[in-house]
Design a protein around this ligand. Structure first.
Ligand code: G6P
Length: 472
């Protein structure tokens, strides 16, 4: 049996400039944790972009050596790649299209060419490391062409693909001039995974209508290969959050934060800065709640953490301005000398502080307009060690399919979200406990380690089925 190669646009570490030197910051993300059990084993390796532009050849050589120690290999992107492939085709074309923001789609042929070029660059980097019978697991929308590029060069390899963002309906897919190439690129894999059943259905429908390939119960018979498509909802490292919430370290931070905030009910909002997250809509719903419920003034505030992201893309820059204006307006309308409705932070927080925010907040407001899965809501639920707390969750997040005990809302229904805040604030403790407990059971069982296991087991199964068919 060969080794396993994990491939994603970003490596699970990111490169930072510090005092004229480089250093690596490990990613605390769920994917890095979940796949840790794979790439750190034996000869396995993770290939991806270290997240910065490194032009100097000597520095590149040093980085290669350091990453090798960490069981990783870099794919260096030039500043042109970053502009045209990362910011351009990935985040100005695929990201808005796949999240149903058709008004933001940029149809730029040179960005498409860069996308092909960089997917080839990844392919070359993998070929330097791969043996013919290796298993290669490719992740996410930045690398949709890679499975077929790899298949052409390594016909006997086991190739898997997982999409972490939504897959849109055929009606959106057909808008893209490069739809055929994109779908064919994905079909180079033996197993293609999505977070939800709906994403999987959309993909199968697009493959049927655009590539003319039909399927039987998620199995597509292409010209010479059987491809399996299914949903595998991703989980979190449940125990990490549950344990941290109970730790003395977190409890100390909670105590400190509570002293600063006073005795108030807290609503928590945490996202990367992204228009798909529905942040302005959420602020407007909170505004609506405050205007309809004056008795809650000085008694409730929102902790709003917005993590900087994709600052080179125009729609993100505009969104930041919109949020700044909205928060400024609400705070200036309602604040008193000892109360601010929205505590707004435009930065990331260390894990201990995040864990404290999760565990001390009464309500989490997770209301994306569209989200592949959303792990924040799962992290909040896992951190509720005393079983108190209410999750308000958008129906448009993949996680809503599993977390049916949340208060589910349509994020476009401003009055509905405002009512949900009121409902959450008045929900009886017993009811809160029952709902949190039931959601905890689900996410504890299907944690990120289980997700990896189920996916890999299925990949084995698909390969066996292919083998059986061939030997008939
Ligand atoms: C989403 C995507 C990831 C991406 C992450 C951060 O979760 O599914 O592929 O890495 O956002 O975005 P960034 O553009 O900073 O990589």
């Amino acid at each position: 049996m060969g080794k396993t190669i994990i491939v994603s646009n970003r490596l699970p570490v990111s490169l930072r400039h510090k005092n004229g030197k480089f250093e690596f910051k490990p990613s605390a993300g769920g994917l890095a944790t979940g796949l840790g059990s794979i790439y750190k084993e034996g000869e396995n390796i993770w290939i991806g972009w270290p997240g910065n532009d490194v032009a100097d050849a000597e520095q590149r050589a040093e980085i290669i050596i350091e990453l090798h120690e960490l069981k990783m290999a870099p794919v260096f992107l030039t500043s042109r790649d970053i502009e045209q492939f990362y910011e351009g085709f990935s985040n100005e074309t695929l990201w808005p299209a796949f999240h149903y923001f058709t008004q933001y789609i940029n149809y730029d042929e040179s960005h498409w060419e860069a996308y092909v070029r960089v997917n080839e660059k990844f392919c070359e980097a993998i070929l330097k490391k791969a043996d013919p019978d290796d298993t290669i697991w490719v992740h996410d929308y930045q690398l949709l062409l890679l499975p077929q590029m790899l298949r052409d060069r390594l016909p006997n390899a086991t190739i898997a693909f997982f999409q972490h963002i939504p897959f849109p309906s055929y009606e959106i897919m057909r808008m893209l001039p490069w739809r055929k190439e994109i779908l064919s690129g994905m079909c180079g894999a033996d197993l293609i995974g999505f977070h939800t059943y709906d994403d999987m259905r959309h993909f199968l429908s697009a493959v049927g209508r655009i590539l003319g390939l039909s399927n039987e119960s998620g199995y597509i018979q292409s010209e010479n290969r059987l491809i399996n498509v299914d949903s595998f909802p991703m989980g979190i490292d449940y125990n990490k959050f549950a344990k941290s919430a109970k730790s003395k370290k977190t409890k100390d931070v909670v105590k400190k934060f509570k002293e600063l905030l006073g005795n108030q009910k807290l609503l928590l909002s945490i996202d990367r800065l992204d228009y798909s997250k529905g942040i302005p809509q959420r602020i407007k719903a909170f505004d609506d709640f405050l205007s309809k419920n004056p008795e809650y003034h000085e008694k409730v505030s929102m902790i709003m953490i917005v993590v900087p992201s994709r600052a080179g893309v125009k729609s993100y820059i505009e969104l930041k301005e919109e949020i700044d204006t909205l928060v400024g307006r609400i705070n200036s309308d309602y604040s008193t000398l000892n109360w601010v409705p929205i505590h707004y932070f435009y930065r990331s927080f260390p894990f201990e502080e995040l864990s404290a925010f999760y565990s001390m907040s009464d309500i989490a407001l997770v209301t994306p307009l569209r989200d592949g899965m959303n792990l924040v809501c799962k992290e909040f639920v896992a951190s509720k060690s005393e079983n108190n707390g209410v999750l308000i969750l958008s129906e448009m997040a993949g996680a809503s399919k599993e977390l049916q005990d949340a208060i589910l809302v349509n994020p476009n229904n401003l009055a509905g979200v405002s009512d949900a805040i009121k409902q959450a604030l008045t929900l009886e403790k017993k009811e809160q406990n029952a709902r949190i407990k039931s959601m905890q059971d689900t996410i504890q069982r299907y944690d990120v380690f289980q997700w990896v296991k189920v996916f890999m087991d299925r990949l084995d199964h698909v390969k066996k089925r292919q083998y059986d068919l061939q030997s008939k």
